[in-house]
Design a protein around this ligand. Structure first.
Ligand code: C5P
Ligand code: MG
Length: 158
């Protein structure tokens, strides 16, 4: 059975904080205000992956009130999702858009795609990433949208 998954995340940006995207540290004067590392791309991706078959979301799986997740690397959470939640689920492809005015993300694209592919044990070819500016309409935030196509073997009806 095929199902599509949709994920979305937004974080506020503030000066002097680190900016992590897809497990890559981006050189930037601003970074995400967050309980974890604020990796907006991984958070949106987790939501896209755990919606269609597991009917849950990133905040339920990893509550930001839980001290265990303070400052945690979101890529580690993605690996945990792969092992714990996505058993028997095949990921056909992942398509992602980040909205951020600066810095330019194209120099980081390949590293980010590779990190995601490695964490999920899929081909880099199945991972696509684009970046767009907000045309200066949303300088204070970073936004990410993700869609995925998943497949799970159908269970026999009893
Ligand atoms: O938003 P806009 O259409 O002006 O973006 C033009 C191009 O700039 C994008 O297609 C993308 O290649 C690049 N871009 C980027 N990093 C961003 C925003 C845009 O690499 N943060
Ligand atoms: Mg988030």
């Amino acid at each position: 059975m095929l199902r599509v998954g949709l994920g979305y995340d937004l974080h506020r940006l503030a000066r002097g904080l680190p900016l992590w995207i897809g497990g890559v540290r981006i050189e930037s004067p601003v970074g995400c205000v967050a309980h974890s590392d604020g990796d907006v791309l991984v958070h949106a991706l987790i939501d896209a992956l755990v919606g269609p078959f597991a009917h849950t979301d990133v905040g339920t799986l990893f509550p930001d009130t839980d001290e265990r997740y303070r400052g945690i690397r979101s890529l580690d959470l993605l690996r945990e999702v792969k092992e714990r939640i996505l058993e028997g689920v095949k990921i056909h492809n992942i398509d992602m858009v980040i909205i951020l005015d600066s810095p330019k993300l194209s120099p980081y694209r390949e590293s980010i795609r590779q990190n995601i592919a490695q964490a999920l044990d899929i081909l880099v070819d199945a991972v696509s990433l684009k970046a767009k500016t907000s045309e200066h309409t949303a300088l204070d935030r970073i936004v990410c949208h993700v869609v995925v196509l998943l497949e799970k073997e159908e269970r026999q009806k009893e």
